[in-house]
Design a protein around this ligand. Structure first.
Ligand code: G3P
Length: 218
């Protein structure tokens, strides 16, 4: 299972990269806005800065909602760096764009997916990744992890090449559940990745080892 970080914060990306477990980055317009990145040129530069930190796929989302606009933006984004993946929303124009970009050999991530039917469309269109939003389904009392499970079953049965990129993950157990189900990629906020490190028995065990080592040296 590949680990992507779901942030546009360069510091968080650099720290996760330094741990040696990072395979890529996902961003979206909200995450870019959170970092205060404004203006066309600054946004493009920020994507390049991210690509210079991580040697893996970096999703950059189009803003246009119409097919022609999405294609124009996608062509600019795709030339920024070899690792850019063009993120396109799950709409009719979005699926058309995914198909056209996939025909051109441009990597895509179909985002804002909330049902198995939408995921099938993304796979049929040749998306490189499809992003179901787990946490946002949980938010409305649906079962985000159940959708991931259903998608893994369908993609296995149909031998779809599109990778399932579980998004909107909110806590470490979401990551563990995705791993159990056999998802291809998880994209997680920095805190959720960081929380995976922690266990109280690791801390107390290490403390005891250090204490005993010191005693043995006296
Ligand atoms: O990758 C999609 C993700 O950024 C959405 O997460 O927590 O805003 O639902 P969240």
């Amino acid at each position: 299972m590949k680990f992507f970080i779901d942030t546009a914060n360069l510091k968080e990306i650099a720290i996760a990269q330094s741990w040696g477990i990072l395979d890529g980055v996902t961003t979206n317009p909200s995450l870019m806005a959170k970092e205060g990145i404004k203006g066309h040129d600054n946004i493009l530069k920020h994507y390049v800065d991210i690509c210079n930190i991580v040697d893996g796929d970096v999703s950059a989302e189009v803003i246009a909602l119409d097919f022609d606009g999405m294609m124009r933006e996608a062509e600019i984004l795709a030339t920024l760096h070899k690792n850019i993946v063009v993120k396109v929303p799950m709409t009719k124009d979005g699926i058309k764009a995914v198909k056209a970009l996939s025909n051109q050999g441009i990597k895509t991530n179909c985002t804002l997916v909330f049902s198995a039917g939408q995921a099938i469309l993304a796979a049929k269109a040749g998306a490189t990744y499809v992003s179901p939003f787990v946490g946002r389904l949980d938010d409305i009392s649906a079962d985000g992890i159940a959708l991931i499970s259903q998608m893994v079953n369908i993609f296995t049965a149909q031998d779809y090449k599109t990778q399932i990129l579980a998004a909107s993950l909110r806590h470490p157990m979401h990551i563990v559940q995705c791993a159990e189900i056999g998802v291809d990629v998880v994209t997680c906020p920095f805190n959720s990745i960081e929380q995976l490190f922690h266990h109280p028995l690791t801390n107390s065990g290490l403390e005891k080892f250090m204490e005993d080592f010191k005693k043995s040296q006296q």
